[in-house]
Ligand binder design. Structure first.
Ligand SMILES: CCC/C=C/C(=O)SCCNC(=O)CCNC(=O)[C@H](O)C(C)(C)COP(=O)([O-])OP(=O)([O-])OC[C@H]1O[C@@H](n2cnc3c(N)ncnc32)[C@H](O)[C@@H]1OP(=O)([O-])[O-]
Ligand SMILES: NC(=O)C1=CN([C@@H]2O[C@H](COP(=O)(O)OP(=O)(O)OC[C@H]3O[C@@H](n4cnc5c(N)ncnc54)[C@H](OP(=O)(O)O)[C@@H]3O)[C@@H](O)[C@H]2O)C=CC1
Length: 279
C-alpha cells in the first residue's frame, strides 16, 4: 500500500466507504486506512466484504479499526442499521465516500419501470439516504464532515445507459444543493466522476472490447487504475480540503472531450446525412 499523502492525515477519523468491498471503493478504503482512518465498508455481498477485510488486514490495518458489514443502500432501514453499527463501534463519522453504485446497459426504449427504478434507487436514492443518515446522526451534530460522491462521466448524457446518466446527474445536482445548505455547518461535499476508462472489478464485467473502445476514445490513450481515482477522493475527503465544496471533478483522461465512449447504434437516419431542412 502506498499513498502520495502523509501518514496520519486521517488519524482519529472514521470513514464510511459504500461499495468498499471492491474496485474504486476498496482502493479508497485501503488508502484511508493507510493514512490512519478507521474504516467502515458496506456492500450487498458478505463474501466480498470479508475478502476486503482480509486485504486490509494484509496491509497491516488492525482488525479493530475495520468494520465490514452488509448493507443494501437501496433500503433505508438497512442504511439506518449500518450507520448505527458504525456509530456503535467507532462513535463518530468524519468522512463518507458514497461510492456504491452501478447499472446495466440497455436501450432506453427497452427499460422497464422496474429496471429504471432499480438503477435510480441504486445510484440517486441510495446516495441521498446514506448521506442524510450520516449527516443527521454524525456530521451535523459534530459540525464537521467531508462527503465525496462517486458518480460517472455523464456530461454528454449516457446514451445506452440513460437510467444511470439521469441518476448520476441527479447526484451531481444534489452535491451542489447540499454544499450550500451545509456550508456553514462544517460539511464539504464534492463529486468525483470516473470515465468509463478505469480498469476495475466494475468495468471488467463489460468485457475487454468495451475497455479497448474506452481506451481508444481517451485522449491520454490508456486506462486508469482505481488508485488514480482514489487519490482525488482521498484529498477531497481530507481536512486539507477546506475551500472546495459543491464541485464535480472528472478522472477520465480527457475522455468527455472527444470520441465515442460507448458503443451504441447510430441514431436513426443515414449516418452523416444532413438534416432535412424545408423551405
Ligand atoms: C462502462 C460504463 C461506465 C460505468 C462503469 C461502472 O459503473 S462500473 C460498476 C459496475 N458495477 C455494477 O453495475 C454493480 C451494481 N449493479 C447492479 O447490481 C445492477 O445493475 C442493478 C443496479 C440493476 C441491481 O441489480 P439487482 O439484480 O439487485 O436488481 P433487481 O433484482 O432489483 O432487478 C431490478 C430490475 O433491473 C433490471 N435488470 C437488472 N439487471 C439487468 C440486466 N443485466 N439487463 C437488463 N435488465 C436488468 C430488470 O428489469 C430487473 O427486474 P427483473 O426483470 O429481474 O424482475
Ligand atoms: N470503473 C469505472 O470505469 C467506472 C465506475 N463508476 C462508478 O464508480 C463506482 C465504483 O465502481 P467500480 O469500483 O468500478 O465497480 P464495482 O462494481 O467493483 O463497485 C461497485 C461497488 O458497489 C457495491 N454496490 C453496488 N450496489 C450496491 C447497493 N445497492 N448497496 C450497497 N453496495 C452496492 C458493490 O458491492 P456488492 O456487489 O457487494 O453490493 C461494489 O463493491 C460505482 O458507483 C460505479 O458505477 C462510474 C464510471 C466508471
Amino acid at each position: 500500500m502506498r499513498s502520495i499523502f502523509a501518514r496520519g492525515l486521517f488519524e482519529r477519523q472514521v470513514a464510511i466507504v459504500t461499495g468498499g468491498g471492491s474496485g474504486i471503493g476498496l482502493a479508497c478504503a485501503r488508502e484511508l486506512a493507510y493514512l490512519g482512518a478507521k474504516v467502515a465498508l458496506c456492500g450487498r455481498r458478505a463474501d466480498k466484504l470479508e475478502a476486503a477485510a482480509s486485504t486490509l488486514a494484509g496491509d497491516g490495518v488492525p482488525g479493530d479499526d475495520v468494520l465490514a458489514a452488509p448493507c443494501d443502500i437501496r433500503e433505508p432501514e438497512q442504511i439506518a442499521a449500518f450507520v448505527g453499527q458504525v456509530l456503535g463501534k467507532f462513535g463518530r463519522v468524519d468522512v463518507l465516500v458514497n461510492n456504491a453504485g452501478g447499472q446495466f446497459p440497455s436501450p432506453a426504449s427497452e427499460l422497464t419501470p422496474k429496471g429504471w427504478e432499480a438503477v435510480v434507487r441504486n445510484n440517486l436514492n441510495g446516495t441521498f439516504f446514506m448521506t442524510r443518515e450520516v449527516a443527521r446522526r454524525a456530521m451535523l451534530p459534530a459540525r464537521r464532515g467531508r462527503i465525496v460522491n462517486v458518480t460517472a462521466s455523464v456530461s454528454r448524457g449516457f446514451p445506452g445507459m440513460a437510467h444511470t446518466g439521469a441518476a448520476r446527474a441527479g447526484v451531481e445536482n444534489l452535491t451542489r444543493s447540499l454544499a450550500v445548505e451545509w456550508a456553514a455547518l462544517g460539511i464539504r461535499i464534492n463529486a468525483v466522476a470516473p470515465g468509463s476508462n478505469i480498469r476495475s472489478s466494475g468495468t471488467s464485467q463489460y468485457g475487454d472490447e468495451l475497455l479497448e473502445l474506452a481506451r481508444r476514445a481517451t485522449p491520454l490513450k490508456r486506462l486508469a487504475t482505481p488508485e488514480e481515482v482514489s487519490r482525488l477522493i482521498v484529498f477531497l475527503a481530507s481536512d486539507q480540503n477546506d475551500f472546495i465544496t459543491g464541485a464535480v471533478y472528472g478522472v477520465d483522461g480527457g475522455q468527455p472531450l472527444w470520441g465515442d465512449i460507448w458503443s451504441i447504434p447510430e441514431p436513426d437516419g443515414a449516418p452523416g446525412a444532413p438534416p432535412d431542412v424545408k423551405g
